[in-house]
Design a protein around this ligand. Sequence first.
Ligand code: HEC
Ligand code: HEC
Length: 191
Amino acid sequence: MQTFLKFIISILIFAATPVQAIDIVAGAEIAKSCGACHGAEGISSEGIYPHLAGQKAAYLIKQLRAFRDKKRTDIVMNATASQLSNAEINDVAAFYASLKLDVSENVTPANPKIAAKAAMCLGCHGSQGQGRGSFPRLANQQPEYLATQLKAFKTRKRLGGPMNPISNNFSDQEIVELSIYFSRLNISKKP
Ligand code: HEC
Ligand code: HEC
């Protein structure tokens, strides 16, 4: 009987907890404090700052939590993320995921030889590098940022599951070429 009562009480408590709805408008408000580095529309103007527009929400959530928990290290982002609750992280991630990353000037083809090597990345990162679930979008990202991350995976400065062993396969020169290749994949032109 006691177990039954506990069961009923837990159902009542669960029912009383409001379900947290994703609020893109609230996300846009939070994003005002991010624009100085990531751009007002999530398109940054400097290579050290990643574009956030069009990035996968699940990936953004994972990274913001990782910065907050200091599992991913960056002085500015550790401090920034420590100010955000789970709900705020969800909202700001949904806001950036809803924006379009249109950097159509990046149309010059990259070194074709590197395309063969980049093929092994597409299984996770999407056939056009567009990202998939918690696998981040690479297409159109700042090339300098991509190269910094690949080097960070290689030196284990950043822990990223499969990316640590994968990055071992590439020289610093190949990392630069892969980064240029992905930054120029123009998925915004595709239907
Ligand atoms: C003063 C500059 C600055 C501000 C302000 C800032 N960021 Fe960042 N952000 C950075 C830098 C630099 C990096 C790259 C860190 C690295 O190299 O690992 C970054 C990385 C990120 C990443 C990881 C992206 C990826 O592709 O892995 C996310 C997500 C992010 N920032 C979200 C935000 C949000 C949300 C805000 C506002 C609440 C914000 N940032 C404010 C500088 C900033
Ligand atoms: C087995 C799946 C898998 C494969 C294959 C893979 N990746 Fe990744 N990649 C991931 C995951 C998962 C992450 C996110 C890691 C994290 O949570 O920090 C990631 C993150 C990245 C990032 C960081 C992006 C950002 O916005 O910070 C870069 C750059 C990257 N991968 C490049 C590549 C390249 C280049 C290749 C091919 C040489 C590749 N990946 C192959 C799974 C994969």
